[in-house]
Design a protein around this ligand. Structure first.
Ligand SMILES: [Mn+2]
Length: 232
């Protein structure tokens, strides 16, 4: 299959929403030649972080999986490295993560913590780059500051086109109306799943889009179409 027809699918912030993630994966029907870029923030806030991480680990063999690291993975890793740092993580949704494992920090398996450490800060293809939160348009991708890469929301800093000429694909800033933000040089796929919105997957090759939510609804639309089609 020629490269142009290969799917390069980015998935927005999952935040413990296993039900949505499972439905989304079923709708996408992941294939071995797919590249699936997860934009970070798998843990915290939603009810089922444990199930989300189990599902991510399970699909590693089913496609080319590229998991990015988000600020919530950073907070969780930091909490496990230094318990004196745990409070801010627990206050930011970490308690629901612990609860999903049974209620004790010791219940989180080392394989899950090891996975968080393996997540990468960014990924790039010929025409796109993928990063959790934000970027400095005049800095190379390998040299982005952490406060932009992981933390700064788009309403605090809406970056212009990146010097690489590539389209940015980010998560982190919730789009509370449930629609991805698309401003041409920048696409944001955090559509507020844990807060009652949608979990979004977007194929940057075809511009096809899929969404699932915690109520069990799934919808999709073809590249170039403005209309959603409901799926059972
Ligand atoms: Mn985030």
């Amino acid at each position: 299959m020629p490269d142009l027809e290969r799917r390069l699918i980015a998935v927005g912030d999952i935040h413990g929403c296993a039900k949505s993630f499972d439905a989304l994966l079923e709708a996408i029907a992941v294939r071995p030649d797919d590249t699936l870029v997860l934009l970070g923030d798998y843990v915290d806030r939603g009810p089922a972080t444990r199930a989300v991480l189990e599902r991510i680990l399970a699909i590693r063999g089913e496609c080319r999986l590229v998991p990015l690291i988000g600020n919530h993975e950073i907070m969780m890793i930091t909490a496990y490295q230094d318990y004196s740092q745990a409070y801010s993580w627990l206050q930011s949704g970490g308690q629901t993560t612990i609860d999903s494992y049974g209620g004790s920090p010791a219940d989180v398996p080392s394989s899950h913590l090891a996975f968080l450490e393996e997540c990468v800060p960014y990924f790039e293809s010929d025409a796109h780059f993928f990063i959790h939160a934000n970027y400095d348009p005049v800095r190379p991708l390998e040299d982005q500051p952490d406060d932009l890469r992981y933390w700064l929301h788009l309403h605090a800093h809406r970056p212009g086109p990146h010097m690489s000429g590539k389209i940015a694909v980010v998560g982190h800033t919730p789009q509370r109306m449930g629609e991805p933000l698309d401003v041409g040089h920048l696409l944001c796929l955090d559509t507020y799943c844990f807060g009652g919105g949608w979990l979004t997957a977007f194929d940057v090759s075809s511009r096809a889009c899929w969404q699932a939510n915690e109520q069990g609804f799934v919808r999709s639309r073809r590249g170039g179409s403005a209309a959603w089609e409901a799926r059972s």
